[in-house]
Structures are given as structure tokens and as C-alpha cells.
Design a binder for this molecule. Structure first.
Ligand code: NDP
Length: 325
């Protein structure tokens, strides 16, 4: 089988597509023939070696994949069944999806949700699942469409694009934050009503600013997240899922104790099975058919390393699908 293999020598990570013996796959109950994977921010950090994602080499990256069960020792899965996987440390400390096969724990797999196929599932991927979990947090915090704008940062990236499309489809008014003027048409097509530049939110803030947002999906962190907290309406919900702008957070208790706002952390890696399947079901139901055309580009396994570098240089928009076979 062919795989993108990461090796490390003298502190430098190399990424090469080469044959691997299926016998070398790690232990697990289910072996999957992979059809599609995708490139997420974390994959880009792992492939380029720019983030300390991988600690054990050689490693096959790819934090998500979709395919068919090749062999299963888990009674919940049978040969030929369509499945998908996101998270659980796959592609970080267990060989991942940028390969023709993977062997994983049955607990990590999700049967392909009705209404989805492998290609569509990977257009959504980890990024889209995360976006859905953010939207669910906003809903669960009681923020309804019509109560005010929802701010989405890193809006032209994978999480951001899907969040804009989901929120808009659910009837929320969306303000998108993007660092690139070239993405404005794309963001409007996805459903954004207003677009702000990064500088509008990535700036020093007072503990409380004018109330502007009923809720937010934040992929940036750091000064951006601090500004958003200070600008969130009374009773609003901020779903924090990313660190594209930095992992710091310098804020005060003021938005919490005077405006009753909720800061909800979002992790998609270890989301329990029931919540995961619920989120996938919501994705299928909510995302408009047009999203799958608007937000995805397709590459081969051989192009994954080059695209990873582009993704980190803010040179890609939306989702990048990897066609494995
Ligand atoms: P992408 O690279 O697809 O998108 C990130 C976007 O962030 C870019 O497209 C860009 O959008 C914006 N951006 C880039 N650099 C900066 C910066 N310095 N400051 C502010 N914004 C910036 O990545 P993903 O969408 O896959 O991931 C986004 C974030 O969410 C990452 O930090 C990732 O680690 C995190 N994440 C977290 C998950 C979880 O489970 N918690 C799961 C998946 C992702 P634009 O040009 O429009 O500004």
C-alpha cells in the first residue's frame, strides 16, 4: 500500500509517499481501505514539522479518513461497510488517513451516516465536525437565530467556512472575519452577511467593549478571542476551538460576571460516540448541497505535502480533500 510517511532526522521532518507493507500497520480491530482523507490545520503542522504534533516516527499523518472495512474483528463492523474516522490521536500517535489502508480501534469508527458518502464526509472532515460542535454549543447556550450576529473568525479556513455555511443555513446572521480580501465573494456565497478584516478583531481590548455579537465561533484564539469576549452580548456564547492566531488568552472576568456570557471550549478529538454521531447527523441535515461544491478542492496523496505548506501560509480556502484511490 502507498502512504505519506513522515520521518525525522536531525530535528527536520520529511514527508514522502512510499510503499508500506500492510503487515506494518499498527494494532487495531478494524482494517479500512481508505478512499478519501483531507488536510486539516493539524495535518499541516504535522507534515511540515512546524508543530509538535508527531512524537514517534515513522508516522503516517492524516487525522481523518473515509473508506470501506477491509477486515474486522469487531462485531459492530463488517467487510465492505462504509465508515469514517476523525480524531482519537489518529495521524498524531497512531498511523492515520493519508494512506491506502489504516488499522484502528472499532471504538474510533463511525458508520457512514445516511445521506453521506466518503467524499462528502471528508469535505466536512474534522474541520466540519468541529464547526458543527461549535454551532451546537451556541444553540445549547440558548442563542437563537434573530438574537444578533454570530461572529466566525478564520472564516475562509476549513472550520470557519463550514461554520459560516451551517449557521447561515440555520437562519443565523453571520459576520465573517477574514484576513484576505480575496475571500469575500466566497464567504458571501457561503452565507456571510458582513465581513470584517482580521485587524478589526485582533487588537488590544478593554475588559468590556460595545456589545456586538450574540455568539461566536473562534478559530484564532489569543487577542482575537479576548476582543470577542469583551464584545459579546449579555447572555452570549463563544465557542473557542482554535489557535490559528496563537494559544494565549489574556482576558478579565468582566464579560463573565457582568454580561453572563459563556466561553465554551470545543474539542473534536475525544468527543464521545453519541455526541459525535449526533453532530454528523446534524451536519447531513443542515449543510446545503451547494456547500460541497463551493468549499472543496481535491488533491492527490502526492500533492499533500505541498498543500500542507500552502495551508500554513494561509494560501488555501475551504476544505482540501485528498483522493487516496
Ligand atoms: P485552516 O488553515 O483551514 O483555516 C485557518 C484560517 O484561520 C485561515 O484560513 C485564515 O482564515 C485564519 N488565519 C490564519 N492565520 C491566522 C492568524 N494568524 N490569525 C487569525 N486568523 C488566522 O485551519 P482549520 O480550519 O482546519 O483549523 C482552524 C483552527 O481550528 C486551527 O487552530 C486548528 O488547530 C483548530 N481546530 C481545532 C479542532 C478542535 O477539535 N478543537 C479541530 C479542528 C481544527 P482567513 O484568511 O479567512 O482569515
Amino acid at each position: 500500500m502507498q502512504a505519506l510517511v513522515l520521518e525525522q532526522s536531525e530535528g527536520r521532518t520529511t514527508a514522502i509517499v512510499r510503499p508500506l507493507s500492510p503487515d506494518a500497520l499498527p494494532a487495531g480491530e478494524v482494517t479500512v481501505d481508505i478512499d478519501w482523507s483531507s488536510l486539516n490545520y493539524k495535518d499541516a503542522l504535522a507534515i511540515t514539522g512546524k508543530g509538535k504534533i508527531v512524537r514517534k516516527f515513522p508516522m503516517v499523518p492524516g487525522i481523518d479518513f473515509a473508506g470501506r472495512v477491509h477486515h474486522s474483528e469487531d462485531p459492530r463492523f463488517h467487510t465492505g461497510q462504509d465508515v469514517l474516522l476523525t480524531g482519537w490521536g489518529v495521524g498524531e500517535n497512531h498511523w492515520g488517513g493519508l494512506a491506502e489502508q489504516a488499522r484502528v480501534k472499532g471504538d474510533w469508527l463511525v458508520p457512514m451516516p445516511e445521506g453521506l458518502d466518503g467524499r462528502k464526509a471528508m469535505i466536512v472532515g474534522t474541520a466540519g465536525l468541529t464547526a458543527m460542535l461549535c454551532v451546537m454549543a451556541i444553540e445549547e447556550g440558548g442563542v437563537l437565530p434573530g438574537q444578533g450576529d454570530i461572529l466566525v473568525t478564520g472564516a475562509s479556513g476549513g472550520v470557519g467556512s463550514t461554520a459560516v455555511a451551517l449557521l447561515s443555513a440555520l437562519g443565523y446572521r453571520v459576520t465573517a472575519v477574514s484576513g484576505r480580501a480575496s475571500t469575500h465573494d466566497y464567504l458571501r456565497q457561503l452565507g456571510a452577511t458582513e465581513i470584517l478584516s482580521r485587524a478589526d478583531v485582533d487588537k488590544e481590548t478593554r475588559p468590556l467593549e460595545k456589545q456586538r455579537w450574540a455568539g461566536a465561533v473562534d478559530t484564532a484564539g489569543d487577542r482575537t478571542l479576548a476582543s470577542i469576549l469583551a464584545q459579546t452580548n449579555y447572555g452570549g456564547v463563544v465557542a473557542a476551538c482554535g489557535l490559528a492566531g496563537g494559544f494565549g488568552l489574556n482576558t478579565t472576568v468582566m464579560p463573565f460576571i457582568l454580561r453572563n456570557i459563556r466561553l465554551q471550549g470545543i474539542d473534536s478529538v475525544n468527543t464521545p460516540f453519541a455526541r459525535r454521531t449526533d453532530a454528523w447527523r446534524r451536519v447531513v441535515k443542515t449543510l446545503p448541497a451547494a456547500f460541497y461544491q463551493q468549499a472543496a478542492r481535491e488533491i492527490t496523496l502526492h500533492e499533500a505535502a505541498e498543500s500542507a505548506a500552502k495551508l500554513l501560509n494561509n494560501g488555501l480556502t475551504g476544505r482540501t480533500l485528498v483522493k487516496i484511490r
